[in-house]
Ligand binder design. Structure first.
Ligand code: PXP
Length: 246
């Protein structure tokens, strides 16, 4: 069964828009995480950025206490954040790019260019019992580098699919790239997640991409929650995902 990790960053974005630096405020991403889990989400995802623009350290600490499914911490390979991850031990870390030089032209983490540094952090996290994923573009060189660096998972960047979704030729091209990368990763023994820009409209097209284990979805679910509430928004997404055959 395809699993859903709900990314709650945008709940924190809304809070920070009004309460930045105050140490409290609404809406509360912790409460949102509880609601997502109660609605059937298989995990909660949050990105602790170096600039702390949405999720704060206290959010991650609290999430570690209350998440009973699976906590996925998205983070850059930055020393202070690696230290925090080693202390808090999320279930999985997804390494993402934050600085321009860490990004491939397609927007994923440039694992090939930072192989040694990423493999070293991957090893430290694994040694602490944390699984590691790399957020990469559907690109053969990056998939190969992720396997070389010893990751357990890759998360395929679906941003280009979302971007070109309304143009059939480009959409088919992006789906073919995602499918090829998923097959290659699977053959190399990597487990395959996907995320970024997925929504209620483009999600059914992922039936063309094999081997997917989990989707990480944030913006569309939080946006839909404004209209129908967070539990219903999560349930609607889970329902759409039920048709995925792998
Ligand atoms: N996966 C990763 C690695 C991300 O960084 C993000 C947030 O940008 C997401 C998934 C969720 O993306 P979205 O909010 O567009 O659903």
């Amino acid at each position: 069964m395809l699993k859903l990790g709900v990314n709650i960053d945008h709940v924190a974005t809304l809070r920070e828009a009004r309460y930045r630096g105050r140490g409290f405020g609404e809406p509360d991403p912790i409460e949102a995480a509880r609601m997502c889990e109660a609605a059937g989400a298989h995990g909660v995802t949050a990105h602790l950025r170096e600039d702390r623009r949405h999720i704060q350290d206290r959010d991650i600490r609290k999430l570690r206490e209350i998440v009973t499914t699976r906590l996925n911490l998205e983070m850059a390979n930055a020393p202070e954040i690696v230290t925090l991850a080693l202390e808090l031990k999320p279930d999985i870390v997804c390494m993402v790019p934050e600085r321009r030089q860490e990004v491939t032209t397609e927007g994923g983490l440039d694992v090939a260019a930072h192989l040694l540094a990423l493999a070293t952090t991957r090893q430290r996290l694994n040694d602490a019992g944390i699984e590691v994923s790399f957020f990469i573009a559907p690109d053969a060189a990056q998939v190969e580098a992720a396997a070389k660096a010893g990751a357990q998972f890759i998360e395929l960047h679906t941003g280009a699919l979302a971007e070109h979704f309304s143009e059939p030729a480009q959409r088919e091209g992006e789906l073919a790239r995602l499918a090829a990368a998923a097959r290659q990763a699977h053959e190399l023994g990597l487990r395959v997640n996907a995320g970024h820009g997925l929504n209620y409209g483009n999600l059914p097209f992922l039936r063309h991409v094999p081997h997917l284990v989990e989707l990480n979805i944030g913006h569309s679910i939080v946006s839909r929650a404004v209209a129908v509430g967070l539990p219903a928004a999560v349930k609607e997404m889970l329902e759409l995902m039920q048709d995925y055959q792998g």
